[in-house]
Structures are given as structure tokens and as C-alpha cells.
Design a protein around this ligand. Sequence first.
Ligand SMILES: [Ca+2]
Ligand SMILES: [Ca+2]
Length: 273
Amino acid sequence: MKPHCIMLAVLLAALPVGCSGANFGEQASRSKKPSTPTATADGDPLIPGANTVYIPLDGSKDLGTPAACAIQDTTIATCNKGVITGNKLGTTTVNGNTKVVVYDPANPPPGIDAGTAIGTNGLTTGETAIVNSLPGVEATEVGINFEDLEDQGDADYNDAVTCFQGNFKVDNTNVVSTSNQTVTAQIHSITGCQDTLRIDVTHLDGTMEPEQIIDAKTTTTITLKFKVGSKLDVYMRTNDKCVDPSHERNMHQGLSTIPDAKVQPNLCNVTGI
Ligand SMILES: [Ca+2]
Ligand SMILES: [Ca+2]
């Protein structure tokens, strides 16, 4: 029901006599405040707010089905692969109370600075430039596989494994996030040793997420929070029954001739013994 019809219904109930809907509707329309904000094609007002995110219309990119959009904060929506269908300007409810508003970039809504507007893939133009500058291969899944015995041991590389899905670039042993995202990493361990992982996420400005030190045998999942350009570092120690526990390995040793770890784009390998 349109707003003026709701008003009509309320007022009709309060009036002692009936009225012509058409005539009364005109009267209600005339009394409407002129400060009504610009409306989208589907009639929802474009009012910047805590629970609204804005994405400029871009007919050339898949921005994600609305259900696939993840709200990272009040200004960024990340939509993985899909389409806000038909390049339709409008508003979609996401996560219950958060709206994604698709707007015409030539006519940004009030309060939205087109210069810092969120672009395709939910990134600002500055973030897009960062992503484009990153070396390596794009990965939607990353596996970081440690071998806990020294000198490559039995080389099964399944002793302490961290696997996660998301948007990343992998350049040799470097793993860098290409979106603002929170991912759930799976932890695997097939070994007779007791391996401990230390996991750091460092953002571009040098700040870090709280370091996580976990027992690979008993931990099944952890949460990792990334911004565009955040770098992941994973280290591993094992217990004294296997190898000197003072010897900490790190994922970047994967380039050595006897690597302690393998960093694998688009592969989560937890096979073997
Ligand atoms: Ca092994
Ligand atoms: Ca093993």
C-alpha cells in the first residue's frame, strides 16, 4: 500500500463521515512535505544511513546476487560473483535490515561522494587500484600446508594445514586479500606430532588483527579478518617428541629447496597419512 493510502485509511477510520477516496487522496497528496528525498526506481528513498550501503550501477560487471552480498561495515558491501539483476536501480534487503542501494553513478544519491563511491566488486576506486597492483595469481581458495618433520620429513605436507576460501592473490608464498572480507579457515592436521600454528593478518597501514596461536590437532576452524591488501603470515612449531620446538617454520620457506610449507592457490590438500 502506498504511503498516502495508509494515511487515507488511518484518517478514514477517524472521520465521522465517509469521503471520496480519489478526492481525499488528492488532498493528502497536496499536504505532502516537499522535502521528500529522491526516490529510486522502485520507490525506496535514498537516505544514507547506518544500515544502507551504496553500489553504483555497472552494467559490465557481476556484482553478486543480493543474497550473496556480505555487509562488511556501513559503507562496503562485498558481492561475490553474480548479478544485481538486470542493472536495475533500486533497493534490496540484505541480512534482514541492511539495504544495498544500486544507484546511477552519474547521479549519486544525496550524501554520497561519487569520488569515493564504491565501485565494482564492492571496492572503492582506491582499493581497486591496490588490487590491480598486486602481483600473483587470483585465488578463491588457498591452502597452506606444513610438513612438521625437518628436512622435508615424509613430505606429506598435511601435518598442519590452513585452508580458506575468499578473494586473494597468491604470489609465490605471499597471500594478500583482494577484498574486505571475513573468512572461516579450516584447520587440518594428520600427524603424530603436536603442531601449533601462529597466524598473523597485517593490514596495509601496518596494523594487525590479534595474533592467533592454535593447536592444529584440536582446532577445526578460525576466523580471519582481511581488508584489501591485508597480508597473511602463518608459522608452525611442533612438539619436542618430533622436532626441536624452538624451531619455528614459516610459510615463506616454501621457496627453499627443502620447503617446510607449501602455499597453494586454489587447492586445499589434506590427503595422505
Ligand atoms: Ca609429514
Ligand atoms: Ca602427515
